[in-house]
Design a protein around this ligand. Sequence first.
Ligand SMILES: [Zn+2]
Length: 362
Amino acid sequence: MLDDGYADIQVLEGAVSPRVAAVRPVRCLSYSTGKFKNGAVGLCNVGGTSCLNPLLQTLYMYKEFTDLLCRIGEADDHVPAERRFPYELVALFMDMQDSREDAVPPYRVLRCLLMAKLTLFAEVDVADVFSSFWNHLLQNMPDRPLEEALRSLFTISLEDRLTCQRCHRQSCAHRDLVSLPLRVSHSKYHRKLSLERALWRYFQDSYEEENFCPKCGRNGRVRKVPRLRSLPRTLTVHLMRLCKSRSQVQKINRTVSFPPTLDLLEILGPERLPEDKQQTIQYRLFAVIAHSGTATCGHFSSYIHSCRDKGWYFFNDSCVCKVSWDDVKCTYGNTAFHWGSTASLLIYVHSDAVTSGPGAPP
Ligand SMILES: [Zn+2]
């Protein structure tokens, strides 16, 4: 295994395999700099930008992502300001890596996002910001193969098997997601939920909804059963803790546990996986973006696993510190929480070399 820790992730047969035309990278990040000698560095809070800093720090620490992004090369003067977002992102990452300070201001990236009128200042859900951020990045990639490689890295591709309740005929629909939305419902008896159970429910439950049936050409009720079309390289899960009741939005702090490693075959069973990919499929937790506060007022931070030293780090804007797996588990949530930090986005990465979970006790 190489010392960057991610060299041991082999692309499994059938997993999304980013292939990019030979383009000379500007400079790949070394993940050997800064206070912790693993690249970890803070970002200045430049004012009410909600979850932008944790997203930037998570992407910065994701070596597989930065290795791809850094291949865009340097922007020349002909790249218009409204198309410079990928280049400014690389420039920010280089500043973060080279910084001798504890924190770097993300002004130029923020300027690009504000020019594109992305909603960052309101108390919005992190998955919405991530989706807008991601689409804006892909739309401005200067190179199509590179855009496709990045898209593949985060795409969760699903096939919905639909059965029309009017004509009883079956059809299929495909959809691509950047994060899998798992609803966290209120539990009257404060029952705990596990990520494994929530994933199982998402894929096992069939339900009916108003939908168009291509067989009889009419709108009506359909039964929908989703399954994975391919194995995502990055499995991002959105724990949907916001719930609308009457005119109010409330945050549900119910406990949702999540493991350091996931085996999709064990959780979903072979019938919910791509037909030719039904071997043991391991993912390991790479990052948790957590929210503290209420539905209308709060703050985001992130826990990220370092590919360099295999430790967990807590990123809270300009502050970065080393933490333990037990600290990460504190984001499971608790109904007694009023301001406590709860996991909102869980980012798992595909791995076939999991012998012990990240941060798990030896
Ligand atoms: Zn029909």
